[in-house]
Write a protein that binds this ligand. Structure first.
Ligand SMILES: Nc1ncnc2c1ncn2[C@@H]1O[C@H](COP(=O)(O)OP(=O)(O)OP(=O)(O)O)[C@@H](O)[C@H]1O
Length: 786
């Protein structure tokens, strides 16, 4: 985006000037503007040129249909979005309405405009609220997923999805978009596809999507790998281990390793000589996975057990994770730990991260209340500039200093006392728990005190809208995980403003951005409100990143407390500075880790793009004869390069392995490689000719070719993806030993891709020639792959 702040102001002025003109129009005249803009675009007018008129028209429509006239600051936000940049708008400033103008303008070309939110609830809510105005202006709008209350297990047809994706405006979630992209690229015929080229997208809560969730790729699983019985065995083994004696665990850095003692114990337990030898690699891997499951994965925090199944929780927003992590085996290690049935470990069939996904759009923009701290990363990694938008009215919310406690229980008790006090004053309270487990504990404590309340966590997600609706009423108490952290718009009930508005009480130390988002549930649109956080030195955020000094400090106070001293709340400038530094350390670690993920992903992205492009060509081609001819030539060349000299016995083996099982002897007088090659190619052509006799027409022949080519491509690509994900895990530890892991990763990834292309070619040749084909009773082609 090249707009200066001055230009934004000038555009705003122009839009404001158009207000009387739009206001004077009849409804029909206003609606007709859409046709006029479309025509202008068709005649080559630029989006920037028609922006003022289009924004002014949509603004007026918002007023007539929704009863809300976008404020100047919202128009400014809209201009920034339309230009492909990030608008930083404080929480509660009305981003939902802001987006209507840039979405309208960018959808006029007919190429589609999307708004992506972090979860279904927000996408559904926004689409429902705004649908009337878009339709009024003659645009189609939809969500990218079935509406609430539909059975999630029902498979949505490609036709239905095509309809959604062809809407002018689409409200969807980042994960739905990622899965749809991957599935679209796995389709085996044009009929199964539903996507059109990506045009314009606004990413709502852009920091959550592009930063907090940047590291977990969205993965589609393919066939199961061979199940290993080592999970339960390794789980039983690690339960026998003792920290320090058998393994060292550095909680702050999330690191652990086996001691000499631990290694010897493993060797005795598994009856092996050397835990680190190549043949015992799988045992070692399973022990590490089991330790990871026991040390790093906490029930109620990182995962839940729901009806006998382990479900991972999304750290960023406390919701259930949709794209389960496959391939690594950690999921199964947790299942073994929890004694539930083991699911299959599956191979990765396709994967993509959000940063790569959004890289596919012609124009990307984003909005959030909390992005400025990450300015550099957005610019460097995504080339997205951030423009702060002023608030309409001054924010009068009071954000009180955090209260610091020594222990979790002291902290929770104090927070609950505060809730009771606020509740008695008649103010609504949003009490935010650090995990699902804590939300249940807090709920019980509140019940003990006779305080009626609602709980919003991953277990009762279906009641989200209803709970949020009640949360702003006089005296309402709502306990929520940070699920309520973003986008949730709590409307204040009658009389609440006068009492001081909504009170947000946090009960966990959090990153600055998440904290600001939570506080931002109160004091929206200039309303009164307060926020205060109750934190303790036992908080996960503190303990995982604290320094030796901080730990000593904690242990000293803890000992004093156990000796009977009354130590509950603690404070002091040095303590606050230490906590501030701790927060910065965590932020830097996060940025570094994202950088590493992005480096790996860049390699994968190049390979994926090349692969998908080729795949698409095969799918779209009307005739594949020439291509098949090239595969045959190349394939024969590969096979013949395997050895220097070919006698007739070797040649017969080659023919039987790759061309035909039925040939019993080969020609003897073949001297040069060229002669052998020509002879083999003739044989290939003959086999294909015989096969084609079964088929009815040329179309079926193309279909046969296409099926075989895609089958080979997909199979080999799955292996390649699997290889890359294990390579990543493998080289990750290498910098510790002084190796340049990036270089090794790139080199091996590149080599394996080249080999994959060769493998695909050979597999195509083998399947074309050796796989039997027939027509079923409906005259449809069936290929039997071996
Ligand atoms: N122009 C307007 N006129 C009247 N009310 C408005 C206007 N714009 C927004 N609002 C109201 O302000 C409230 C906040 O809007 P919204 O939820 O879109 O904020 P937000 O910026 O998305 O907040 P968050 O950062 O928390 O997601 C809503 O209740 C909305 O109806």
């Amino acid at each position: 985006m090249s707009l200066s702040k001055l230009q934004i102001r000038r555009l705003l002025k122009k839009i404001n000037k158009l207000k009387p003109k739009m206001r004077a129009m009849s409804d029909d005249e206003l609606k007709h503007q859409t046709d006029i803009f479309r025509e202008q675009l068709k005649n080559g007018e630029s989006l920037r040129k028609i922006l003022p008129e289009a924004f002014a028209a949509m603004r007026e429509a918002d007023y007539r249909v929704l009863g809300m006239f976008p404020y100047d600051v919202q128009v400014m936000g809209g201009i920034i979005l339309s230009e492909g940049a990030i608008a930083e708008m404080k929480t509660g400033e009305g981003k939902t309405l802001t987006a209507t103008m840039p979405l309208y303008l960018n959808a006029l070309s007919g190429e589609g405009a999307m708004l992506v939110t972090p979860n279904d609830y927000l996408a559904g809510r926004d689409e429902e609220t705004l649908k009337p105005v878009y339709e009024w202006m003659g645009l189609t709008v939809s969500t990218g997923f079935p509406k609430a209350n539909t059975d999630e297990t029902i498979k949505v047809s490609a036709k239905q999805k095509r309809e959604w994706y062809n809407s002018d405006i689409l409200y969807t979630t980042a994960s739905t978009l990622a899965f749809d992209y991957l599935f679209d690229n796995l389709a085996s015929s044009k009929d199964e596809q539903y996507l059109r080229p990506y045009n314009f997208v606004i990413i709502d809560e852009v920091d959550e999507v592009l930063l907090d969730q940047a590291e977990s790729p969205f993965v589609i699983a393919s066939q199961p790998k061979l199940q290993s019985n080592l999970y339960n065995l390794a789980d039983r083994f690690v339960k026998l281990l003792k920290v320090k004696r058998d393994y060292i665990y550095k909680r702050d850095r999330q690191l652990f390793w086996l001691t000499y003692n631990g290694i010897k114990r493993a060797e005795t337990y598994f009856r092996i000589d050397n835990l680190f030898s190549e043949e015992n690699r799988e045992i070692y891997r399973h022990v590490i996975l089991a330790l990871q499951a026991h040390l790093l994965m906490r029930k109620g925090h990182e995962y839940l057990v729901v009806q006998g199944k382990v479900v991972l929780l999304d750290e960023a927003d406390g919701r259930l994770k949709k794209g389960v992590q496959v391939g690594t085996g950690l999921h199964q290690a947790i299942e073994a730990k929890e004694n539930v049935k083991l699911t299959d470990v599956q191979k990765v069939a396709a994967s993509i991260t959000f940063p790569s996904l959004f890289g596919l759009f012609k124009k990307v923009s984003g909005m959030s209340g909390t992005v400025r701290t990450e300015q550099n990363e957005f610019l460097k990694t995504y080339n997205l500039k951030i423009y702060p938008v002023p608030t309409r009215k001054p924010v009068i919310r009071k954000d009180y200093k955090s209260k610091i406690f020594l222990t979790t229980s002291d902290k929770l008790m104090a927070a609950i006392d505060q809730v009771i006090k606020l509740h008695n004053e008649g103010r609504p309270v949003l009490l935010v728990a650090g995990s699902v487990e804590n939300s249940e504990i807090i709920s019980e404590l509140l019940l003990n005190d006779g305080i009626a309340h609602n709980v919003l966590n991953a277990f009762n997600i279906v009641r989200e809208a209803e709970i949020v609706k009640n949360a702003g009423q006089e005296g309402a108490v709502t306990v929520a995980t940070n699920m309520a952290g973003r986008g949730t718009d709590i409307k204040l009930g009658p009389g609440v403003k006068e009492k001081g508005g909504l009170a947000v009480i946090g009960t966990e130390m959090l990153s600055e951005r998440v904290k600001q988002q939570l506080a931002g549930r109160a004091g929206r649109q200039g309303d009164p409100g307060t926020s205060q956080f109750y934190i303790s030195l036992e908080d996960h955020y503190v303990s995982r990143a604290s320094t030796e000094r901080m730990k000593r400090y904690y242990r000293k106070l803890r000992a004093k407390k156990e000796d009977g001293q009354k130590i509950i709340q603690i404070d002091g400038i040095p303590l606050r500075i230490s906590l501030q530094m701790l927060r910065q350390r965590v932020a830097v670690q996060g940025a570094m880790s994202r950088m590493q993920t992005n480096k790996y992903e860049a390699v994968l992205r190049m390979q994926r793009n090349t692969f998908y492009q080729n795949r698409r060509k095969i799918m779209m081609a009307d005739d594949l004869k020439e291509r098949v001819e090239r595969y045959l030539h190349k394939g024969i060349e590969y096979y013949l390069n395997e050895q220097d000299r070919w006698d007739s016995a070797d040649l017969l083996r080659l023919v039987n392995d790759h061309i035909s099982y039925e040939v019993l002897g080969v020609k003897h007088n073949l001297k040069t490689k060229k002669e052998i090659e020509d002879y083999l190619l003739d044989l290939c052509h003959e086999v294909l000719k015989q096969k084609a006799k079964v088929l009815i027409n040329d179309e079926q022949l193309t279909q046969f070719y296409r099926t075989v080519i895609l089958h080979a491509m997909d199979g080999c690509w799955i292996d390649q993806m699997d290889y890359l994900s294990s390579l990543k895990m493998y080289v990750d530890k290498w910098p510790l030993a002084g190796y340049n892991s990036d270089f090794i990763y790139q080199q091996r990834a590149f080599n394996s891709f080249e080999k994959m292309i060769e493998r695909i070619n050979c597999m195509i040749v083998d399947n074309l020639l050796l796989s039997p084909i027939y027509l079923n009773e409906k005259n449809q082609l069936v290929v039997v792959f071996n």
